[in-house]
Design a binder for this molecule. Structure first.
Ligand code: ATP
Ligand code: MG
Length: 381
């Protein structure tokens, strides 16, 4: 059984915060890190041993990364198809290319899920304006229109309530390629499950997380999720079926909607550590990042037991200044910042995690932290 030993170099494609936190875990275990990212001084580059600054579709740069690495992984799924297919031929790329090809295209992803008998919101493909009428028959209205490729944090999406709105949104979004129209699900709550499969086949599943979004961006993750045990078990079974069925290696996030009736619909997949798994750094016996590194390096996975109820909150660009004013109030809050220089609005700059007796006290601790912030802002005005 192959083990990539500490001291070896792990190459990470993508230098954002997920790569940074992966790298920090890997470095704690004694690995070296090489990273490829188009932006100089990217979050992961700041903690890596070697940095290649080049676009992701620069095959020569990918090859250079492969040559300096003993094993390759990635922190985001939108890697050029050809580059990653070739990488898997020249280097140790245990996650392979196929899961990427499925998860970087919403329609392929939904079809793959249906083949595994996993329920998703009714959906239809739109490649031209003439497809709209039939698509609406399938999804009904209101619906949500999404680009098949490249979307994140709700970018490339539009909620549409009438046929006219669908057409107007298609006029704009069709410039970005194929679209998928989905029924808008009036969900009770959103949850996610992170599952990790090692290159040797063993699987571990993290506790189910409950996710609150604000304007399509993850705001808070609450663990344990406030759902029935039966739903929790079903959510874990779904995640297991996906990692096995799609032959995933590494950590995979499954985003799901839970309806009032207790039905689970899978929203989307991310074949990598995920924002909704940041809570695992403090609250589980092993973090999603360490587990991912273990999986791709062939070390045994650990049981990701939950150590305490917790809530994670994202820190967006507009919150950085108020946060900096509150550093003296961080007694009950773990602070993570990703080293991004420009605090643009809605940009994920860092996150906060609180571990308390129960969910209510976790939320209270975060609310108390920000309430004081509001006061400071008022004083400043
Ligand atoms: P990210 O990659 O940041 O998770 P994304 O841009 O890929 O986001 P989605 O996860 O598809 O987009 O959607 C973002 C959010 O929009 C969801 O978390 C959910 O709150 C809402 N949403 C998406 N699709 C639907 C749907 N079919 N019904 C109801 N709400 C939806
Ligand atoms: Mg999502």
């Amino acid at each position: 059984m192959k083990i990539v030993k500490p001291g070896s170099t792990i190459g990470i494609i993508g230098g954002g915060q997920l790569g940074r936190m992966m790298a920090l875990s890997a470095k704690a275990m004694g690995y070296r890190i090489a990273v490829l990212d188009p932006t100089p001084d990217a979050p992961c580059g700041q903690v890596a041993d070697q940095v290649i600054t080049a676009p992701f579709d620069d095959y020569e740069a990918c090859k250079q990364l492969a040559l300096m690495s003993d094993v390759l992984t990635y922190e985001f799924e939108n890697i050029d198809e050809q580059a990653s297919a070739q990488l898997s031929q020249i280097s140790d790329f245990p996650q392979g290319y196929e899961v990427l090809a499925t998860t970087q295209h919403r329609l392929k992803e939904k079809e793959a899920l249906e083949q595994l008998d996993i329920q998703v919101a009714p959906f239809a493909s739109i490649t031209k304006l003439e497809d709209i009428a039939n698509a609406i028959v399938v999804t009904g209205l209101p619906a949500i229109l999404k680009t098949c490729r490249g979307g994140y944090d709700g970018k490339g999406q539009a909620v549409v309530k009438t046929a006219e709105e669908v057409e107007a949104a298609c006029q704009v979004l069709l410039n970005h390629g194929e679209l998928v129209l989905e029924r808008l699900i009036p969900f009770e709550c959103e949850i996610s499950v992170l599952a990790t499969k090692s290159r040797h086949g063993d699987v571990e599943i993290f506790p189910v997380a409950e996710n609150e979004h604000k304007e399509s961006v993850l705001h808070r993750t609450i663990v344990p999720a406030r759902i029935d045990t039966a739903i929790e078990e079903e959510a874990k079974r779904i995640a297991l079926r996906i990692v096995e069925g799609l032959n995933v290696v590494g950590t995979l996030a499954v985003e799901m909607f839970v309806t009032k009736e207790g039905t689970i619909l899978v929203n989307e997949l991310a074949p990598r550590p995920h924002n909704s798994g940041h809570y695992t750094i403090e609250a589980c016996k092993v973090s999603q990042f360490e587990q991912h590194i273990r999986a791709v390096c062939g070390l045994p996975l650990r049981k990701p037991t939950l150590l305490s109820p917790c809530v994670m909150e994202n820190v967006l660009g507009e919150q950085v200044t108020p946060l900096m004013e509150r550093l003296g109030e961080l007694q009950h809050v773990s602070l993570h910042l990703y080293g991004k220089k420009e605090a643009k609005e809605k940009r994920k700059m860092g996150h906060l995690t609180v571990l308390e007796e129960n969910t209510a006290t976790c939320i209270q601790a975060l609310d108390a932290f920000w309430e004081k912030k509001t006061k400071v802002l008022e004083e400043m005005e």
